[in-house]
Write a protein that binds this ligand. Structure first.
Ligand code: HEM
Length: 292
């Protein structure tokens, strides 16, 4: 495993070799790491038997990162976690606070418009449009909206509080369960054409409103259950606001150099190897672009 980084690719190769949607890797004498790549089995861990798997392993790295397990994401199931979740749900991420903070999000969206407009002007080409690095724009927007808020890993989950049987497999007490974002999102039993983005499955029938949560875990967006993301509303608002304001404010075209965007992913993580770039042209009267 250590000789063949990155670990997640090594794990997936192992799963392919064993042709299994769930495997157990034993680290040392007593640590069992259970990896899951099927949405049906993931639902059993995160929904049916959530009570057993909703804790976190007590690792030294987790302890150091979270200042002694004080942060919600790393905290094992217990009073500290319960208290932090209550504070988050009632005082930080509640609906009234979310509404109250709307002007702050609008301010950031204005910065976004102003930034792209400035980039176009800087490239001296209001009619031709300007080349925009979508990765930088999105990262800066999201980062600015949630600055001062909590970050954490979105891949690992749980140290079991007792032994269990899931999908017919015995899971020892204390196992670390990894629900694989890659395994779920690219499961050939669920998705027809794995590498082709088809928006239809993400649209609800009624009014066709986009939902970013997936309760059936066919992809791991916000997860679910006790340890599911408490920032669903904020996260969804930030994401849709980013897209909406970019589409409202500008028309977008592929760069003249077609080879600039190669949809190839990094080997070491799931980011694209190179940021996506596109040409933005203003589509509203100039006075509507905030000058910041
Ligand atoms: C699009 C944006 C977001 C996505 C995709 C996302 C995704 C996730 C996922 C998958 C988990 C579960 C991790 C696990 O089961 O181990 C999680 C947990 C968490 N998220 Fe988010 N999240 C987003 C935005 C946010 C925001 C805006 C906040 C707060 C400001 C937030 C705060 C948290 C916290 C505190 C947890 C840990 C919950 C716990 O352990 O009880 N997230 N998130």
């Amino acid at each position: 495993m250590l000789q063949n980084p990155p670990t997640f690719r090594w794990i997936h190769k192992l799963m392919e070799q064993h042709n299994s949607p769930i495997i157990c890797i034993r680290l040392g004498r007593a640590t069992h790491v259970i990896v899951v790549s099927s949405s049906i089995i993931a639902c059993e861990f995160l929904k049916t038997q959530d009570e057993i798997f909703a804790s976190r392993p007590e690792s030294l790295s987790g302890y150091l990162i979270s200042d002694g397990f004080r942060a919600t994401i790393m905290a094992p199931l217990g009073n500290q976690w319960r208290m932090m979740r209550r504070i988050l749900n009632q005082s930080i991420l509640s609906l009234p606070i979310h509404k109250w903070l709307q002007p702050k999000r609008d301010e950031e969206a204005d910065h976004l418009l102003s930034y792209i407009n400035n980039q176009i002007e800087k490239q001296n080409s209001v009619t031709e449009g300007g080349l925009i690095n979508i990765r930088i724009v999105s990262q800066q927007f999201c980062g600015n909206v949630i600055r001062n808020m909590i970050f954490g890993t979105r891949f690992f989950r749980e140290g079991t509080v007792k032994k269990a049987v899931v999908a017919g497999y015995f899971i020892p007490k204390g196992s670390h369960v990894l629900i694989s974002r890659l395994g779920l999102g690219r499961n050939p039993d669920v998705w027809k054409d794995l590498m082709w983005f088809d928006p239809d499955p993400h649209l609800c029938e009624e009014g066709k409103q986009v939902v970013l949560t997936d309760n059936e875990l066919r992809m791991l967006s916000f997860s679910t259950g006790k340890r599911g993301c408490p920032g669903v509303i904020l996260g969804s608002t930030i994401t849709t606001m980013l897209l909406a304001r970019m589409i409202q404010g500008f028309t977008w075209e592929m760069p003249y150099d077609k080879s600039a965007n190669k949809l190839v992913e990094n080997y070491d993580d799931l980011h694209m190897a190179k940021p996506f770039v596109a040409i933005a042209k203003t589509r509203l009267p100039q006075y509507l672009y905030p000058k910041i």
